[in-house]
Every structure is written in C-alpha cells, then in structure tokens.
Design a protein around this ligand. Structure first.
Ligand code: NDP
Length: 352
C-alpha cells in the first residue's frame, strides 16, 4: 500500500488481550501509551488497589468497567474471556505470588524484571507455568530493542565489526529519590528484594550477557559506600566483574547515588561498540569505533515495547518458549545472588 511503511495491527479479535496488574509509573507512563503500537496485543483489563485511578484510566483507554479488577477480585479474571495474558507490574517481591495466581486463573504471564527476589521464587514461577501449561516471559524490553539488537550484530552477528570481544562494560546509575512514591518501596527490602542491582544494575548484567552471548563462570563483587539514609534498607551501589568462557571479562557497576548513567560497551581486538544511553525507553545512541573512525548508527521508528508484546503473542501462537523466558529471568537472579554473596564474603563466587 503506498505510504504504508509499518505492518498493520491484526484484527481486534485476533489480538491477545492483556491485563495490567499495578497502575504505577511504568504502567501509566510507558506501557499503556505503547501497548497500542503492538500488532498482536491489546489492552483487555486493569488490576489496581486504587479504584478511582483504575476507573479513570479505564475510561481514558475505552475499557469497560467490568474489566477493572482489584487485588481481591482478581481471581475472577479466570472467567474473563477477553484476557489471555496477565502482565505483572508490581513491586519485585510480589512477582511470584501474582505469577502463581495468574497461572491458576489459566492465563499466560508477562512479569516485570527482576523476575523475583530469590532463585527459589523464580524456580517456583517456572514450575507453576509448566503445571498450568502457560507461557512465562520476563519484561526485558531491551532484548527487543533494535539498537541493542544491532549492537549484538556488530559484536557477534553476521555483521561483526570489532574482532574478538575482550572486555564488556555495563554501568547503570540514578539517584534514588525517597520523596517519590515509586522509589519508596525500592528502599524497602521486603518489597524490593534487593537494591540498585535488582532495579537497574540488572540492565548492566543482562546487557553484557546478551552482547557477549555467553554465560559468566565467576563473579567478584564489592559494595560501594552508602548514603547513610536510614530509610534505605538495601544496597545503594555495587561494582562487580565477571569472567566468561571465551576469556572475556565484564566490569559492571550499579548505583543509586549517581545520576543518569546508562551505558553498555564491548571492546574488541579491532574496535568498540558503545550504547550510551543503552537501555532508555526512547533515546539510545549506538557508536561503532574502529581505529580513528566513530560511526553513529541511527535506526528510525523503534518501539521496543511493541516488539516485546509481539514476541510473547507469537510464542503463544506457535506454542514455543518466548525469548526472555522465565529461565532467562532466573539466570539473572542466580547471578545477582552470587554478586551479593561475593560482596558480603569478600571472595569470588563460582557460577559453575
Ligand atoms: P511504582 O511504584 O510506580 O508502581 C507500583 C504499583 O504497584 C503501584 O502503583 C501500585 O499500583 C502497586 N502496588 C501494590 N502493592 C504495592 C505496595 N505495597 N507498594 C507499592 N506499590 C504497590 O513502580 P514501577 O511502576 O516503577 O515498577 C513496577 C515494576 O516494574 C517493578 O518490578 C520494576 O522493577 C518494574 N519496572 C520495569 C521497567 C522496565 O523498563 N522494564 C521500568 C520501571 C519499572 P496500584 O496503585 O494500581 O495498586
């Protein structure tokens, strides 16, 4: 069709219906505005502890009140034939219970990162999905981002440009703002499960893993100095290095005490690929450096959120594991547990 340069959405009845659980900042500001860009998914229900907010949002997105649930009425969603997928956007330690409730209601699950607070929780979530014969995917949107995918291609794909990858770098940092309600629970261990690592360091960890395309065998970590804010019960900064089977080394940091750091880089024998910012919602800068040349690569019209939803819908249709499955979420939680163990005990921790 002349003038049409994007694929059209599927007809409404062929799209999968998604219920969003938790109407917080990420749901309201990123997921709701971007879900309509998905070809294969559409909004089907809202689940919230705040009735007024849920009603207002439902009206704004043209959703009937019978598709609005609260945390007590949620289990009735089993009878809501318009809902195929439950997307869990709650504080981290609530992810396991809500995943299990959603599987018990017969729905597929998309669960935000970090998958859960512990390896045991992640394993229980995967097992619940198997028992229910439903798919489980973790909201690793950057794995669907065309910039990050191009970076992978430049490091180790058909268009590899940097020779042998030797050093990977991942740095993520932002100031934890205790006056903002979305950061209040992030300071509390019983809701956050972990500190800056669980919240943003996970992008450094997941990023170097997908850029290198291999799994670390050993981790060495140390905590960074704390702010002294008594409300903060979790770690506010951690630095860690990881060894990979190829011999590559990753140096990573995560901090709640610096502002606006969002970087992934792979340094190879013939060049360097830098994403900075790497994992933001809308702005990413991708630079390929070879010798004295710095090439900035620009990719138009990207929507990592829509690509994530479409992958889940395709995995359901094709009855296969989605990319960014529960197993992938579990890998990061296992490594994050090892990072904390290493920092606490002052020694390297083997991952094999
Ligand atoms: P918010 O604090 O903004 O929202 C969390 C929502 O959870 C609240 O608004 C509330 O929704 C609900 N909730 C239920 N119980 C509680 C409780 N005890 N304390 C606080 N909130 C509660 O957090 P975010 O939206 O920033 O984060 C939610 C999840 O999404 C986290 O797991 C986070 O890691 C992840 N995330 C992922 C991002 C990504 O890029 N992939 C980006 C940002 C967050 P209600 O009022 O409707 O009941």
């Amino acid at each position: 069709m002349p003038g049409l340069d994007t694929a059209l959405p599927l007809p409404h009845e062929e799209q999968l219906g998604v219920a969003l659980v938790g109407l917080g900042a990420y749901t309201l500001n990123q997921i709701l505005p971007n879900l309509p860009a998905s070809r294969r998914c559409r909004l089907a229900a809202l689940v919230s502890g705040n009735e007024d907010k849920a009603r207002t949002v439902a009206r704004a997105y043209g959703l009937g009140e019978r598709h609005v649930y609260n945390y007590d009425t949620f289990d009735r969603i089993a009878e809501d034939q318009t809902v195929d997928v439950v997307y869990i956007l709650l504080p981290n330690t609530m992810h396991r219970d809500w995943t299990e409730r959603s599987f018990a209601a017969g729905k597929h699950v998309l669960c935000e990162k970090p998958m859960a607070a512990t390896v045991a929780d992640c394993e229980a979530m995967i097992a619940a999905g198997r028992t229910a014969d439903r798919k489980l995917m973790i909201g690793y949107r950057a794995q669907f981002d065309p910039y990050n995918l191009r970076a992978i291609d430049l490091v180790r794909g058909d268009n590899r440009q940097i020779g042998t990858p030797r050093i990977a770098v991942g740095n993520h940092g932002r100031m934890l703002d205790l006056s903002d309600s979305r950061d209040g629970w992030r300071a509390k261990r019983d809701l956050a499960g972990g500190g800056s690592l669980f919240d943003i360091g996970i992008y450094s960890l997941n990023g170097v893993r997908y850029l290198l395309g291999e799994e670390p065998t050993e981790v060495t970590a140390r905590f960074m100095p704390r702010s002294g804010r008594s409300e903060v019960e979790v770690e506010e900064g951690v630095a860690w290095s990881m060894l990979f089977p190829s011999g590559a080394v990753a140096n990573c940091t995560s901090s709640y005490l610096i502002e606006g750091v969002n970087r992934l880089q792979v340094q190879g024998s013939e060049g360097t690929v830098t994403l900075d910012p790497a994992t933001k919602y809308y702005v990413r800068h991708l630079i390929l450096t070879r010798g004295r040349t710095h090439e900035r690569i620009v990719i138009p019209n990207t929507n990592q959120f829509a690509a994530m939803f479409d992958e889940l819908a395709e995995a359901i249709r094709e009855d296969r594991e989605p990319k960014a499955s529960g197993t992938e979420g579990l890998r990061d939680v296992r490594i994050m547990e090892a990072i904390y163990e290493s920092a606490e005990q002052g020694r390297s921790v083997s991952l094999i």
